[in-house]
Design a protein around this ligand. Structure first.
Ligand SMILES: NC(=O)c1ccc[n+]([C@@H]2O[C@H](COP(=O)([O-])OP(=O)(O)OC[C@H]3O[C@@H](n4cnc5c(N)ncnc54)[C@H](OP(=O)(O)O)[C@@H]3O)[C@@H](O)[C@H]2O)c1
Length: 362
């Protein structure tokens, strides 16, 4: 089969080659109780974490021979073992050959070299969810992958810390004001839809070029981060009298947090998904452990790191089925051969929604 493989650390252009001779993985022979499923991949969507793993993880580690990158997947079930895993929801265990499925593998699988940028992958059935009715795999891959799973768990975390149930039910955010920073990206476009769908008043931060898109997805108001310097002064002037209950940061803007008392309620919560070069250690010490008396910001700070799972993918599928996520925003689609170009577009940090690789196109 064809698969992208890392031969060194570095940028995708330095690190990756497209092999056409990799063996197709197979179910463990004679093991009829296996919980594995073999998937013929049709689409993969790219995530900034793919670039980070290529840069950080050397391919010569003994447990990662010919490592394949890629987290998100959509494809078709071509073979499966007889037993579902212990992490099953009601859907797993009822998978059939021919089902169209999607989801994301975890960073652990990618660290072990078992990513999704290949024509076939062998996965635990617990990671796999059916493509929601009415959606095609190209749309589902970005929404039920890392981006959608991250957005849904960020919102759940806010609801849970607010003392309420963490169910993503209609009206759960009614009366709440939410600020989404990076509203036009893979995660942001889904956060805006979920928060709006749950009844929040949503303000999105994006560049002027993406204002129309972010409003279409449900933002009541948009702030163009390029038109205001400093952005935080503008937010304080505009929203100081009606501060936010939650700020979801998808760009790693630390000043947005340190200035947040100007526009975030005292009991409000700031959640970021970007830990920076220290993978979150420095921001955690600076913002979580530093007391207010020593100059810490008097607002709740949370750095969230996703652990992808089929359970979360099923929750995202339910958001799609209930119309809380209405649209998959696809920035662009590339062929398997153009994967390096697709990564280079992702690395610009300017994608609107998701960049998709069509694995079967030649
Ligand atoms: N912790 C976790 O578990 C987790 C999970 C998923 C993602 N992440 C991280 O979260 C970040 C976002 O991921 P993503 O997939 O959404 O990335 P993405 O799709 O590549 O984000 C690109 C978007 O960000 C916008 N943007 C860039 N700079 C901005 C700024 N200063 N202010 C506002 N918007 C800005 C761009 O809009 P313009 O072109 O208009 O600027 C573009 O639409 C990445 O760093 C990723 O590694 C973490």
């Amino acid at each position: 089969m064809r698969s992208w493989t890392a031969t060194s650390r570095g940028t995708p252009r330095q690190a990756l080659i497209l092999l056409s001779t990799a063996p197709i993985p197979s179910l463990p022979a004679g093991d009829f109780s296996s919980s594995f499923v073999l998937i013929k991949i049709t689409h993969v969507s790219l995530n900034p974490a793919d670039l980070a793993t290529l840069k950080l993880l050397p391919p010569w580690l003994p447990f990662r021979r010919a490592p394949v990158p890629g987290l998100d997947f959509a494809g078709e079930v071509v073979a499966l073992g007889g037993r579902s895993s212990e992490k099953d929801g009601d859907e797993v265990g009822s998978l059939r050959v021919g089902d169209r499925v999607c989801g994301a593998v975890g960073l652990r699988e990618v660290a072990a070299g078992r990513g999704t940028l290949a024509e076939y992958v062998l996965l635990d059935q617990g990671l796999v969810v059916r493509v929601p009715a009415g959606w095609d795999p190209r749309e589902a891959v970005g929404v039920l992958g890392i981006a959608g799973q991250t957005a849904s768990v960020m919102v759940k975390g806010f609801l849970r810390d607010g003392g309420g149930a963490d169910e993503l039910e209609g009206g759960a955010l009614k009366g709440r004001r939410v600020l989404v920073n990076g509203a036009s990206g893979g995660v942001g476009t889904l956060l805006v839809q979920i928060c709006k769908g749950l009844g929040a008043e949503v303000v999105g931060i994006c560049s002027g070029a993406n204002e129309e898109l972010v409003k279409r997805l449900g933002a009541d108001e948009v702030v163009d981060y390029r038109a205001h310097d400093p952005l935080e002064g503008h937010l304080a002037a505009k929203f100081g009298s009606q501060p936010f209950d939650a700020i979801f940061d998808c760009t790693g803007n630390e000043t947005l947090y340190s200035c947040s008392p100007g526009y975030l309620k005292p009991e409000g919560k700031f959640t970021t998904i970007v830990g920076g070069w220290s993978q979150g250690v420095i921001p955690y010490i600076k913002y979580k452990l530093r007391p207010v008396l020593l100059g810490g910001t008097p607002r709740n700070y949370h750095l969230f790191l996703l652990s992808a799972s089929g359970t979360i993918a099923r929750e995202v599928a339910s958001l799609v089925e209930r119309g809380l996520i209405k649209e998959a925003i696809i920035d662009s689609e590339f062929s398997m051969e153009q994967t390096v170009e697709a990564f280079e577009k992702l690395a610009t940090g300017r994608a609107k929604g998701k960049i998709v690789v069509n694995v079967n196109s030649y």
